[in-house]
Ligand binder design. Structure first.
Ligand code: UD1
Length: 417
């Protein structure tokens, strides 16, 4: 995907089916390394980050084959290498899960520094702190993170200093095959943390408390390969819910877990949307008279930082002053200048953005600086009068399966080059 071209101004209507969760898949695929056997993972999103991960697993010695576009069979029996390197490792953030997974299986791991979106500093000190308390030493040289536990991994009590999705999952991966019991306190509670714990338990692990802020793990000797289906993507679902709001449309977002959407649902209702919830779908009806609100991003069950750029785009088109406070990342408003190119009136001071609306957006040439920034531009372009061309659309393809077909199905005028 190089460019997305959108002729905006159409009210989107109809239903859209949500794919499997990217951030769950990116943890679950490395987790299959823990079993010397075959696992089949279903409901994977058909996106670039998954393809990078498959390339990495194959470079380690796993045999991977797609049974269809969303089902991947992974035979991890013959993985012998514990060094992951190359373009694919450097391109995605989630390659850091290979540290926990390889450390768990081989008691040693070497992984090139991960890439991913640039939100300012993305430290891994809490991952390392957890590994250290389990008995591993981590060093960094020549762009390679090395961690090894010469005397094996032993269970421990770990209190994370910050609530981190990555550190919670990585420490969980390292602890499931450690000797004895581990307690992780101040854990992240995101749906993908729970999904990864569910997979590991199905593989034979003994993990309790995922979804709360204390996770207790009793180490086991061995894990087995399993068949597992990934949860729906909370962020993709949220993006289509906002698409209904920003176009004054009426969209039913299907194949989701509505409870995962609660923080966004509440905000959309506060702004004036009508929202109807079913067992596995949410219908959002926008309106031309939405009002701005205040949003603060927080770890789950707070408002997700990965929907912050999208709600900011919406807020720019609504009436009044909206204040968006980013509490998770240092520098996640870099995309605002691109929204302003489309006619938004947004000012940023550090971790706070203020929207003054309603702004009449008009099409222009803009650039997707990262994945969710790209999604915000797509949403703004759907609202804008005339044609918007979004460059670096590959960023959007990292997280949104078939975005062209899905938006076309809702009535958008969109072309992906
Ligand atoms: C994951 C998501 C990302 C999302 C983020 C927060 C994946 C692949 N990415 O990223 O899309 O925006 O969760 O929901 O799942 N921190 C430290 N030390 C650490 C680790 C994190 O200080 O060792 C800080 C970070 O700087 C940040 C906060 O903790 O301020 C949350 O980061 P974390 O939850 O770890 O994000 P990721 O797992 O990298």
């Amino acid at each position: 995907m190089e460019q997305i071209i959108i002729n905006g101004g159409k009210k989107l209507k109809g239903s859209v089916c949500i794919s499997g969760a990217k951030n769950a898949a990116l943890a679950i695929i490395p987790a299959t390394i823990l079993a010397e056997g075959v696992s089949t993972i279903e409901n994977l999103p058909n996106i670039n980050d998954i393809k990078h991960l498959v390339i990495i697993l194959e470079s380690l010695g796993a045999k991977c084959s797609f049974l269809n576009e969303t089902t991947l069979k992974i035979d991890a029996t013959n993985i012998k290498k514990y060094r992951a390197e190359g373009d694919s490792v450097r391109k995605i953030r989630a390659s850091y899960y290979l540290l926990g997974a390889l450390l768990s299986r081989f008691k040693a791991a070497e992984v090139e520094m991960p890439g991913g979106c640039d939100f300012g500093g993305r430290p891994t000190d809490q991952h390392e702190k957890g590994f250290k308390l389990l008995g591993a030493t981590t060093t960094m040289s020549h762009g390679l993170i090395k961690t090894e536990a010469l005397n094996g991994l032993q269970g421990s009590n770990i209190l994370l200093d910050v609530v981190s999705v990555g550190a919670t999952i990585n420490v969980m991966l390292a602890a499931v095959l450690a000797e004895g019991s581990t307690t992780i306190e101040n854990c992240a509670r995101e749906p993908h943390v729970v999904d990864t714990a569910n997979l590991l338990n199905m593989m034979g692990a003994d993990i309790k408390g995922a979804g709360t802020n204390v996770i207790r793990i009793n180490g086991v000797k061995k894990l087995k390969g399993v068949n597992y289906t990934i949860i729906p993507d909370q962020i993709e679902a949220g993006t289509y819910m906002i698409a209904a709001a920003i176009t004054g449309g009426d969209i039913t977002v299907k194949n989701i877990i509505p409870q995962h959407m609660d923080p966004l649902t509440a905000k959309l209702v506060e702004m004036g949307c009508e929202v109807f919830e079913g067992d596995d779908y949410i219908r959002v009806r926008g309106s031309e008279n939405l009002t701005a609100a205040n949003v603060r991003t927080l770890a789950y069950p707070g408002f997700p930082t990965d929907l912050q750029p999208q709600i900011t785009a919406l807020m720019a088109t609504t009436d009044g002053i909206g204040v968006i406070t980013e509490s998770v990342w240092d520098n996640r408003f870099q995309y605002v200048s691109e929204l302003n190119r489309l006619g938004a009136n947004i000012t940023v001071d550090g971790r706070i953005a203020v929207t003054k609306g309603p702004s009449h957006l008009t099409g222009a040439k803009v650039t997707a600086i990262d994945l969710r920034a790209g999604a915000a531009l797509v949403l703004a372009a759907l609202n804008a009068e005339g044609m918007t061309v979004i460059d670096k659309a590959v960023q959007v393809g990292r997280g949104y399966e078939n975005i062209e077909q899905k938006l076309k199905g809702l009535g958008a005028d969109i072309t992906v080059i």
